[in-house]
Design a protein around this ligand. Sequence first.
Ligand SMILES: *Cc1c(COP(=O)(O)O)cnc(C)c1O
Length: 379
Amino acid sequence: MKKVSLLAPGPTPVPPRTLLAMAQPLIHHRSADFQEVIGQVRAGLKKIYQTANEVLVFCSSGTGAMESAVSNLLSPGDKAVAIRGGKFGERWSLLLEAYGCQPVNVDVPWGQAVDPGQVEALLKADPTIKAVYVQALETSTGVDHPIQALAQVTKNTGAVLVVDAVSALGAYSIPTDQWGLDVVISGSQKALMMPPGLAFASIGPKAMELMKKSTLPKFYFSWAKELKNQTENKGAFTSPVTLFMGLLDIFKLIDEVGLETIFAETAVRSQAFKAAVAAWGLELYSKQRPSTALTAVQCPAGIDGQKVVKWLKEKYAIYIAGGQDQAKGKIFRVAHMGYINEFDTLQAISAIEMALKGLGHAFEMGSGVAAAQKIFGEA
Ligand SMILES: *Cc1c(COP(=O)(O)O)cnc(C)c1O
């Protein structure tokens, strides 16, 4: 019998109490009771986003909200910077191209973080650039881009900063208002501990102004339409009632535990996992600003990262992630965000040790587990 463990950077495990909250009979999406639910979801999102801005909810995966941040801000032919330091940065560039905009690509070697000075120079040289699109955590490489510094760079220019925080929001602090982030995108299935299906976008005043000038086509993902409805606790279309019920329970859970505690515990899991990596004699793939939300491990020479992933999946039903594109076979990635505890992390470490041993890596079995236990014991 195999017990499935989700330890990949999304989807992450959903707390059983939240699954039960989603097993309730449906209520109607146009009822007063559901309006109340929408109101509570809006308030809960603002708390996690640390913002007074409106946070729109869409029924889609995270990419839907990313797309909305192109189609609702720009007009045909507009120039926008896309930070390409991995698979998700490439997605910004592809979205811009799909909408007939001109991506100004800033190519960052995978495993490194963008230099805000480079973006500053681009914006100075070309004041027609309308926006900068970036990831908070580039999930494909495990690197956190310097979001606060980028916000400083865009602040006094005409360009808005759009941050994809799908894998970061809820894993570590992203204070939207304190940092002055114009748009922050997130999704339900990573640090927010929910099934896939909901996407979010916070919209600040500078982005609202740009939105009014945008002429790209939009319909389902129209911010103007959703702003009008959601600020009245309504949805423009049929709301995913069940997912809202679940999200409400997640917000209660986060309130009970405390956002700061969640961030701190995530950081400890990350520290413990990274100590295990060092004990195995391996290195992080993230050469700069490694995230606390996940760890990307560089495989030793001669060991295929895909085989590590397959070993865990087939032998133990433990799901971690491999590398994509240029990182394929070279890395494996393990999540620390969401409804994961220290024993889930120890389980992953223990299973990876067995896979690495089986695949021929020379190291002392149990050394990673011991290193991680030491961190957890001291925390
Ligand atoms: C998971 C993720 C997304 C969203 O992907 P979907 O499959 O559309 O939910 C976007 N950006 C980042 C950085 C992610 O990690």
